[in-house]
Write a protein that binds this ligand. Structure first.
Ligand SMILES: [Zn+2]
Length: 291
């Protein structure tokens, strides 16, 4: 498979879900071997290249930071970049947060599809683990396992697909436990994962607002779960596990390369998912690049 970028610029405007401030994101096409790089024109000397930086500890969003440059809530945009298998992109962010839009990844999908994906003149490499890698937190029940890509016996080549098996488990009776398992293709992502929106529990809103978060939250961008009913209608019966998976895919994109192999995840969130990229940066010998 060849490396990919986009045909032309993509512009995204909107408010951030946590700060409630307007920001403008411009995706620029980039040459082969460039990788996914973020910059903010306000801090022209700082650039953040994915796969070279450990995400910050943050519970409610994926956050990257380098000196004065902070970029936040990038997970939904990143999930689309990974699902479209884009390798090279320069992402300009004017502001701090990537816009929340309708709380799902659909607008990013539409805009990137309109711009078009461009194949480039160099082979791409996929990232996989050398052997099973497990992250677990007994107390919270969070669990992540990465299983290496397998060799296809018919072709003797690596299967560079990404397989997932996600379990969500919430105490709230309206949400409960749910599972979602499959193979991540671009079309599967577009139809089954991208429309799943951000969700939140009404009872947590005062706590979040106290911390200066969720200032941009509204019924237009979040499925709100009240004590006994949803305040707006879900798009899927299991929209929440689908969105948890969307967030995980976005966090896996922070490796800077397309992941091949299988990921088994239970009850994970951004603060746990970041351990994967941390492991890749701290222990590169546990990982390998394949074709
Ligand atoms: Zn999310």
């Amino acid at each position: 498979m060849k490396q990919k970028t986009i045909n032309k610029e993509v512009i995204i405007n909107g408010i951030g879900v946590h700060l409630g401030q307007l920001s403008k994101v411009i995706l620029h096409p980039a040459p082969v071997d460039h990788g996914i790089v973020f910059f903010n024109p306000k801090f022209p000397t700082e650039k953040i290249k994915l796969g070279k930086i450990v995400p910050e500890q943050a519970i409610h969003a994926s956050v990257l930071k380098k000196k004065d440059l902070i970029i936040s809530t990038i997970e939904h945009l990143m999930s689309v970049i990974l699902a479209f298998k884009i390798d090279n992109l320069l992402i300009e962010i004017n502001g701090i947060e990537v816009p929340i839009l309708d709380g799902s990844a659909l607008t990013f999908v539409d805009l990137i599809e309109k711009a078009g994906i461009k194949g480039q003149n160099k082979d791409k490499k996929f990232l996989t683990v050398s052997s099973n890698l497990i992250f677990r937190d007994e107390k919270s029940g969070r669990y992540l396992e990465l299983i290496p890509a397998k060799i296809n016996p018919e072709t003797s080549e690596y299967d560079n697909n990404f397989y997932f098996d996600y379990t969500a488990d919430f105490k709230h009776p309206l949400v409960g436990q749910s599972f979602f398992k499959g193979k991540l293709s671009t079309s599967f992502f577009k139809e089954e994962i991208a429309p799943a929106r951000t969700f939140g529990f009404l009872e947590q809103l005062p706590f979040l607002r106290d911390k200066g978060l969720a200032k941009g939250t509204s019924l237009g961008n979040t499925v709100v779960i009240g004590e006994e009913e949803f305040l707006n209608q879900p798009r899927f019966k299991n929209e929440f596990v689908r969105h948890k998976l969307l967030d995980l895919i976005g966090d896996l994109a922070l490796l800077g390369k397309n992941l091949a192999g299988t990921v088994i995840a239970k009850k994970t969130g951004h603060n746990f998912n970041r351990l994967i990229t941390k492991n890749y940066i701290d222990s590169p010998e546990k990982w390998k690049l394949i074709k």
